[in-house]
Design a protein around this ligand. Structure first.
Ligand code: BG6
Length: 464
């Protein structure tokens, strides 16, 4: 058991894209804003030096626009690099040496899922799991069976309270804002159900491709990469029942319960796509059928949501970058004014990125003698971006042993149960043009529920 505070961070996969994009900015924040002082030890196979790792950190900070010369001067000396094979005992001897007097490292696995068990077993073989916490990246497993197996491997070497299953969406400010908005406004709860909500859409559109992550992506695809984890977590937060009690597990319990009531996906409710050009990306098979886009419809088998369709779309190389939750309210039971009203005119929109926004859509009357209206969206809050990178918050929580914002094993297993019937080539993959809305076949999925509602383009505003 590790009640002690973390005194070092070891990150596996140190040369990878994830560490470049997310970890270095978070570490600079921890050092500069949080006053954290401990060794940060990167481990990977490439024969790099510590200087190269520091240069990589600098590049990451410059590219993300977060480079702060003073903060970097504090961060750089804490970074160390170890080159070695993940399965080789020498790697862990070098790691112990670099840890010096540290006894309670946080071991962060930013490696592909197939490598997690290799590292875990080798760490245990070297006696390096004692007193440590482990933080493990998504996707947790490749399917239900491997997620259970991975969990067994971890549990052999770590007690449950020391295992942190990271899903960085849970550390995002606008995701916490969904929970806040739902339960801080008492008028929402009475309408948050099948009587008043027509459908719910979650869109995660990205306007870039897999870049240099082809090898990782070939193991994942959009369903494993973002649906099984990020987007089902969003769905759980949007649809869960209000938590009772005040314990740290109250929200987690409700999310798990919700996910357990989601019906497993059926092939007829899924459309997969692949952008033209994906197959020539580095690390991608020339005849790959891995999806870079998915659109799906699912249902929740409980009293609150019975019959309400939940739509999810996620894709790379699309026309815009925007992730949002769009809750569409029902139309009035009688149309008194003889108007043709666009779908989704009455809604709550919660944008998660790249900007943050909460908007409330309503019909208002156009001034004049006629009883005609127009759609307006009241911007309740908006902000150009998240000033607090989620990894900074989550690392800091893991270092302190706080698991509230981490995924739970039961929820992960429930999510695999939902997507498992449509993994791999269970459905055909249609190609789409980069910069488009994805494969046209996805338009056939919504039927009489009305067309997809594309996310609104981000608005450059001041935070309010
Ligand atoms: C990661 C996925 O988990 O999330 C990426 O592996 C995706 O494919 C990324 O681009 C999106 O995260 P964010 O925070 O930039 O929206």
């Amino acid at each position: 058991m590790t009640a002690a505070r973390t005194d070092a961070l070891v990150f596996f996969g140190a040369t990878g894209d994830l560490v470049h994009k997310e970890l270095f900015p978070a570490l600079q924040g921890l050092v500069h804003d949080g006053g954290v002082r401990m060794p940060f030890i990167g481990v990977a196979r490439s024969p790099w030096t510590t200087e190269q790792l520091r240069a990589r950190a600098k590049d990451s900070l410059e590219q993300s626009g977060r480079f702060d010369p003073q903060a970097f001067e504090e961060l750089a000396p804490l970074l160390h690099y170890i080159s070695g094979d993940y399965g080789a005992p020498e790697t862990y001897v070098a790691m112990r040496r670099a840890l010096g007097g540290a006894r309670h490292p946080l071991l962060y696995m930013a490696v592909p899922p197939s490598v997690f068990p290799v590292v875990t077993d080798a760490l245990a073989g070297a006696g390096s799991t004692e007193g440590a916490r482990v933080m493990i990246e998504k996707p947790f497993g490749r399917d239900l069976a491997s997620a259970k197996e991975l969990n067994r491997t971890l549990r052999r070497h770590f007690p449950e309270e020391d295992i942190f299953r990271i899903d960085h969406f849970l550390g995002k400010e606008p995701v916490q804002n969904i929970t806040y908005t739902r339960f801080a406004n008492p008028w929402l709860e009475p309408v948050w159900n099948r009587s008043h909500i027509h459908r719910v859409q979650i869109t995660m559109a990205e306007d870039f491709g897999v870049k240099n992550r082809g090898r990782f992506y070939e193991e994942a695809g959009a369903i494993r990469d973002v649906v099984q984890n990020h987007l089902l977590q969003l769905l759980a937060i949007a649809a869960m029942d209000p938590p009772g009690g005040a314990g740290p597990d109250a929200i987690g319990d409700e999310k798990v319960r919700l996910l357990e009531h989601v019906q497993p996906l059926e092939a007829r409710n899924v459309v997969r796509g692949q952008y033209r050009g994906y197959r020539s990306a580095d690390g991608v098979a020339p005849d790959s059928t891995v999806e870079t886009y998915v659109a799906l419809k699912l249902f929740i088998d409980n009293w609150r949501w019975s019959g309400v369709p939940f739509y999810i779309r996620a894709g790379k190389e699309l026309a815009m970058r925007s992730t949002e939750l769009f809750v569409e309210f029902k139309r009035p039971p009688r149309d008194l004014f003889g108007e043709t009203v666009p779908p989704g005119s009455s809604h709550l929109r919660m944008r998660i990125g790249p900007d943050i926004a909460v908007g409330f859509g309503m019909r208002v009357k156009v001034h004049g003698e006629q009883m005609v209206g127009r759609d307006v969206e009241l911007a309740l809050t908006s902000c150009p971006g998240d000033a607090h990178p989620p990894y900074q918050r989550l690392l800091s929580d893991a270092m302190a042993g706080n698991k509230e914002l981490f995924a739970r094993q039961e929820g992960i297993e429930a999510s695999w149960r939902i997507v498992e019937p449509v993994l791999g080539d269970a459905t055909p993959v249609f190609s789409y043009e980069p910069g488009s809305r994805g494969p046209v076949q996805a338009d056939g999925l919504t039927g009489t529920d009305g067309p997809w509602i594309d996310p609104a383009p981000p608005e450059p505003t001041e935070c309010r």
